[in-house]
Ligand binder design. Structure first.
Ligand code: CA
Length: 470
């Protein structure tokens, strides 16, 4: 076993676990992504800590919650001076590169730090003919973004001489809205009618008002630019919802297929160059996504489809093939996991935990039994700011109703609200049992767990919880 493995980390943007066949997708096949899981480990309960693009990326880089890494919303810029796993690995002798979506701000103090080479999209970037920003300025590329980024990654891998271990971050734009598939995937799924999720026509009864207030409904909030065709006349709202669902989910899945195909090229390269045993391959997404679930597209909520991320890792030298873990894992854990494999001690400010022993097939003592979540961007896309905690069975969400002066949040207060879900009896999270007397004790325990989590994370409780903090 090599002392320090190479690390290939492919991260996508908005790829829901339930659009990956290794996770039982009813919609599509992702053979290359599945191969990583089959030859390594699949984490079945992996979550993000703030289901939004830039905040999740910042959490992944720093191993710290949003309030600590400073990226609470999409509208601030990342402080690149803070410790990140790539910078620590570069300092320890790794060759490092980043290609793809950064979306954490540009310019001095915000550009990527800790990379021997980097080329990133300008903000969200373009699917077709993207411009990339690097240390030497901007370069206009011709072609499809997922292919261009993969080509850059493979070119860089070809240059590695084997004297130093390498860390390669390939952070795709796909399958972020608005969904433009590449030339090789454009004609997929012709004539296919995708099955509709059971909750596509959710009426939002049984939950906080926040669920209904969200402006992320497939049948109402997608538009002509998403449909990429003239919107026909409909006889009913339901017909409109079904039509938009078919339009957007097809393009979304075509974008996913591009990621899957190009990931296959990377795996082929590792096969051909004999680097499988010396390379840790990790695939994840920054958050999940609503695939028409609850009638939504987008993310932000602590509801399962948005909270959950696909997370698979392969390292044949250490991870037994076909391993599946039900341990609660987080995007926050990746920094410490990579540092662990690289033999580098993680700084105290990192707030996750290394997944390495779990991946090896061990059951670590004192592994977390709950996760802490906070969405700060109050009322952007109509989704109220919330904090929450979840165990393997229960989920408590508190919508605290305030922007709290956070950049990017909307100063339009709401009455605080609560939701409590029993995901064993209600996996689709349709009926909050917060007010159900049968769950009074659970509610009390989860509330205490939420306060404990805020304290443990060194976060500040929203004012609506202040009276509960002893
Ligand atoms: Ca995202």
């Amino acid at each position: 076993m090599p002392d320090r493995p190479n690390i290939l980390f492919v991260l996508t943007d908005d790829h829901a676990a339930h659009a990956m066949s290794a996770y039982g997708s009813q919609l599509n096949q992702t053979p290359h992504l599945d191969r990583i899981a089959a030859e390594g480990i699949r984490f079945d309960q992996a979550d993000c800590t703030n289901a939004l693009c830039a905040p999740s990326r910042a959490a992944i880089l720093t191993g710290a919650h949003s309030h600590r890494n400073g990226m609470m919303t999409l509208t601030t810029s990342f402080d690149s001076a803070q410790p990140t796993f790539p910078a620590l690995m570069q300092a320890a002798g790794y060759r490092t590169a980043l290609f793809g979506k950064w979306h954490l701000g540009h310019g001095s103090g915000h550009d990527p730090v800790g990379f021997d080479e980097w080329q990133v999209l300008d903000g969200q970037g373009d699917y077709d003919d993207p411009e990339l920003i690097g240390p030497d300025g901007r370069t206009q590329h011709t072609g499809y973004v997922t292919d261009i980024l993969t080509d850059l990654a493979l070119d860089w891998l070809e240059q590695q001489d084997g004297d130093q271990p390498w860390l390669l971050l390939l952070w795709h734009k796909a399958p972020h809205r608005r969904w433009f598939p590449g030339p090789q995937e454009q004609h997929l799924y012709q004539g296919v009618t995708f099955p509709e999720p059971e909750t596509l026509f959710d009426d939002y009864s049984g939950r906080a008002r926040a669920a209904e207030e969200a402006i992320i409904r497939v049948g109402r909030d997608l538009d002509e630019l998403d449909a990429k065709t003239t919107i026909p006349e409909f006889d009913s709202q339901a017909e409109r919802t079904s039509w938009f669902y078919q339009r957007y989910i097809g393009d979304y899945l075509r974008c996913v297929a591009g990621v899957d195909r190009t990931t296959g090229r990377l795996l082929d390269h590792l096969d051909a160059t004999g680097q499988n045993d010396s390379t840790l391959v990790t695939y994840a997404s920054d958050q999940g996504f609503f695939l028409g679930d609850h009638g939504y597209f987008d993310k932000r909520f602590m509801y399962a489809d948005s909270l959950r991320i696909p997370l698979v890792m392969r390292y044949p030298a250490e991870i037994p093939a076909g391993t599946v873990s039900d341990d609660l894992a987080l995007n926050l854990d990746l920094a410490q996991t990579f540092l662990d494999y690289a033999g580098i001690e993680a700084p105290d400010r990192m707030q996750g935990a290394s997944l390495r022993s779990i991946a090896r097939g061990e059951q670590p003592q004192d592994w977390r039994e709950h996760i802490y979540y906070r969405y700060w961007e109050h009322l952007k896309a109509g989704v109220g700011a919330h904090v929450g905690v979840r165990t393997d069975r229960y989920k408590l969400i508190h919508y605290y109703g305030e922007a709290l002066g956070i950049t990017g949040a909307i100063d339009d207060p709401r009455e605080p609200e609560w939701e409590l879900f029993d995901t064993e009896t209600d996996p689709a999270e349709l009926q909050s049992v917060y007010g159900d007397p049968a769950y009074a004790q659970v509610r009390e325990e989860l509330t205490a767990l939420l306060l404990q989590s805020i304290h443990e994370a060194d976060d500040v409780p929203p004012p609506s919880l202040a009276s509960l903090v002893s």
